[in-house]
Design a protein around this ligand. Structure first.
Ligand SMILES: *Cc1c(COP(=O)(O)O)cnc(C)c1O
Length: 496
């Protein structure tokens, strides 16, 4: 099998084995690790029809994580995709009125982040063993709500690791916050910052890029890594479910062999949709990648104009996991659009850092026709939740609703009737208040857990374990810090 090595989008690091790229998270020059080339499938889609989710996951991950042995990779996969998921299908595809919802929220924290974060800790501890790492690995994570809990759940009490999560105090739903601040495990720390998600993400990137701190850490027996979607160990597991959904469509005879499909992805950091793009590059018949934004529509503007400009007000919306103005993973796409030119990519990213914006060339812009960008206003998102529930008797969360509304706009604009998969990224129970208010404003009077019970009654969806768990759970984390104090807070925690 071909060995795949990784390199930084900004050029400094090259020829890095996958296990080392996973351990590092971010490259030392601040770039993101990318495979030297995107591999193509080495089995046919026909052959995939007989496979379980786990078997398919192996067929895809083995193409990227080539320095892991078969046994190591299969062990990671089997420990990740087990009964933590409430269905053996792991990522079921549900058809409602000609829309195919790829439900990615059946893991332990009921958002799509579980799809990758249930395997990342296993990949990381295996990688540490392979590379004879004696240091404790400190996972540093910025979260807009869902990554934090999924990473905490994955890394809690994992030997040889510590995890520190920063979230924006006013930028997550009550349920998201409660899930995080009740997290058990001696190696877990959860801190809210006075700022938004971009402040948290920038703070984490600065700490990861701090050469002095890296030295100090090493002397004390620590090294950092990241559980954010900048880690290649997050991106690759996300390719699997796009392939899986295509195979399901084929098995159910919804499509013919080689027929193209569209995918709609509610997008924030551009990780999930980038995984779909990788799947397309690998050979999956995908027509358009529909990038759905909320009112933080920086990506919509980018696809329209070729200018990425984060200089605008940050809007707090009912889809907080997409409240992001700096979509980190876009750097990996930019790198491909420049024909893998690290100098050009680095210059654009430096422009983003200094002026908050960059402009791509017309040649690059021609290559992004695979993507279609649109956005959904708060009112449209809320109306979509209500409409889908009334017409399809199917309750969706606000992130998924952003996707569905954008899909409707896409169809009106293009008349494209290609079969379409919508990535359904969170359970409605994670955003109970916004969902219930969308059905009827009067519900705003009720408490969080009254709303949970009403939702169960109305939707006939069983209350997930993740929600029952926090109903009476004790708050274990209450540290708050200024966004410019993140580094000191980390040093305090680690005793540096
Ligand atoms: C993280 C998240 C998104 C955005 O995914 P990206 O990979 O950051 O683009 C969308 N919906 C939900 C529910 C999420 O948790």
């Amino acid at each position: 099998m071909n060995t795949i090595l990784y390199k930084s989008t900004r050029g400094l690091e090259k020829n890095i084995e996958s296990s080392k790229a996973i351990l590092k998270g971010l490259a030392e020059d601040g770039g993101l690790f990318v495979p030297e080339q995107i591999p193509t499938f080495d089995i046919t889609i026909e052959e995939m029809k007989q496979m379980s989710y786990q078997e398919l996951a192996y067929e895809i991950m083995k193409l990227y994580f080539t320095d892991f042995t078969e046994d190591e990779l299969k062990q990671c996969i089997n420990k990740a995709y087990d009964s933590k998921f409430d269905t053996p299908e792991i990522a079921p595809l549900v058809k409602k009125d000609d829309v195919f919802y790829l439900e990615l929220f059946h893991g332990s924290t009921i958002a799509f982040k579980d799809m990758a974060l249930s395997i990342l800790p296993h990949l990381m501890t295996t990688a540490a063993k392979k590379n004879n790492i004696k240091n404790d690995i400190v996972i540093l994570t910025a979260t807009s709500g869902d990554t934090g809990k999924a990473a905490l759940a994955g890394f809690a009490d994992v030997e040889g690791t510590q995890i520190i999560v920063f979230y924006p105090k006013e930028g997550v739903s009550h349920i998201q916050e409660k899930q995080m601040v009740t997290q058990k495990g001696d190696n877990t720390k959860v801190i809210s910052i006075k700022g938004n998600f971009d402040d948290a993400q920038n703070g984490v990137k600065d700490i990861l890029n701090d050469v002095e701190l890296r030295k100090e850490m090493n002397e004390k027996g620590y090294q950092f890594s990241s559980a954010n979607s900048i880690n290649i160990g997050r991106l690759v597991p996300q390719i699997v479910y796009y392939v899986y959904s295509y195979v399901q469509l084929l098995k159910n005879e919804e499509i013919k062999p080689k027929e193209k499909i569209n995918v709609v992805v509610p997008t924030g950091n551009f990780g999930n949709i980038l995984a779909a793009y990788y799947a397309k590059q690998m050979g999956l018949p995908i027509n358009r990648l529909i990038c759905a934004s909320n009112e933080n529509k920086v990506l919509f503007d980018f696809f329209q104009t070729g200018t990425y400009d984060k200089n605008r007000d940050f809007v707090l919306t009912s889809s907080p996991s997409m409240d992001i103005l700096i979509s980190s993973n876009l750097e990996r796409l930019i790198y491909l659009l420049t024909d893998q030119d690290a100098e050009e990519t680095k210059a654009l990213m430096e422009s983003l850092k200094t002026s908050g914006k960059y402009v791509i060339t017309s040649k690059m812009k021609e290559k992004i026709n695979d993507f279609y960008g649109q956005f959904s206003s708060e009112e449209e998102t809320s109306n979509t939740i209500k409409k889908v529930f009334e017409t399809s008797d199917y309750l969706i969360d606000p992130h998924t609703a952003v996707g569905v509304n954008v899909y409707h706009k896409y169809m009106r604009e293009t008349q494209d009737v290609t079969k379409t998969v919508v990535a359904s990224t969170a359970s409605p129970y994670k955003f109970t208040r916004s969902v219930m208010i969308a059905l009827d404003e009067a519900y705003n009077e009720k408490s969080d857990f009254e709303l949970v019970d009403i939702m169960a009654e109305k939707s006939q969806i069983k209350i997930p374990q993740a929600i029952e768990e926090i109903r009476n759970a004790q708050v274990l984390h209450d540290t708050v810090c200024e966004s410019n104090q993140m580094k000191d807070t980390v040093k305090d925690i680690l005793g540096l």
